[in-house]
Design a binder for this molecule. Structure first.
Ligand code: DGL
Length: 240
């Protein structure tokens, strides 16, 4: 048994959409969730800015003695996680990437939109992933303002209505940012009854796989830390 916490971080509340699935499947773990709302949106930062921000997040998480750090953010994963792994070789990180491989493996003939932040859409690592797994009718759309609207509890519908106005008969939307599952209703209002795919199940499987001999059977504590304002209530609402 290993009681050390699994630590999550994101640019605010978005990563809680991953935490929700992990807590559901591993309810006896202890968790630290670090909401870096002060630096939201990560998606519009340069690589250098993001490297410094994530280094400081990791430095803060070190005091909790994490057994695993979950980068619950597609943007940070695609833009800087490789460099962060090199900087902290003794820590184990799990990243989050848009679940485009699921489309490739299961939904070749579906009309698909992949929604990402600007940072993810323009990153080298994601471009390679997209080119490798894109299906015949698959379109990438960057939504640079969506994560900020969600983080600040603003209605994303008017923005999405304009952003997605040229898309019809879409079957699947890949939610390539952990904030975006929180805009599912608004996306449906624009595109109709689409199917959504996000990375939460894949990440939970990965965590279970890494921790198989290091699970905890007597925890269940969730410690929420925020760099701006109090987001505990919003995060608990997402998880429950
Ligand atoms: N939730 C993050 C992601 O998955 C970051 C969004 C942002 O801050 O731009 O990309």
């Amino acid at each position: 048994m290993n009681k050390k916490p699994i630590c999550f971080f994101d640019s605010g509340i978005g990563g809680a959409t991953i935490l929700k699935e992990v807590v559901k499947q591993l309810p006896n773990e202890n968790y630290v969730y670090y909401a870096d709302s002060k630096n939201n949106p990560y998606g519009n930062k340069t690589k250098e800015e993001l490297f410094n921000i994530i280094s400081s997040v990791v430095d803060n998480l070190l005091k909790y003695d994490p057994k695993l750090i979950i980068c619950a953010c597609n943007t940070a994963t695609e833009v800087v996680l490789n460099d962060i792994r090199k900087k902290y070789p003794n820590l184990t990180f799990v990243g989050t990437e848009p679940a485009i491989k699921v489309i490739h493996d299961k939904y070749q003939n579906k009309k698909t939109l992949v929604l990402t932040t600007k940072g993810t859409g323009e990153s080298k690592r994601f471009k390679a992933l997209f080119n490798n797994y894109k299906t015949p009718d698959c379109t990438l759309i960057e939504a640079p303002f969506l994560a900020g609207l969600i983080e600040n509890n603003k209605d994303p519908y008017p923005y999405l209505k304009d952003l997605l106005k040229n898309y019809k008969d879409i079957d699947i939307v890949v939610l390539g940012c952990t904030h975006f599952p929180l805009a599912k209703e608004a996306i449906k209002k624009v595109l109709g009854d689409v199917m959504f795919i996000d990375g939460s199940i894949g990440i939970t499987d990965r965590i279970k796989n890494i921790l198989k001999d290091n699970l905890n059977y007597n925890g269940g504590n969730i410690n929420i830390i925020s760099t701006k304002g109090n987001v505990s209530e919003a995060i608990l609402k997402i998880i429950n």
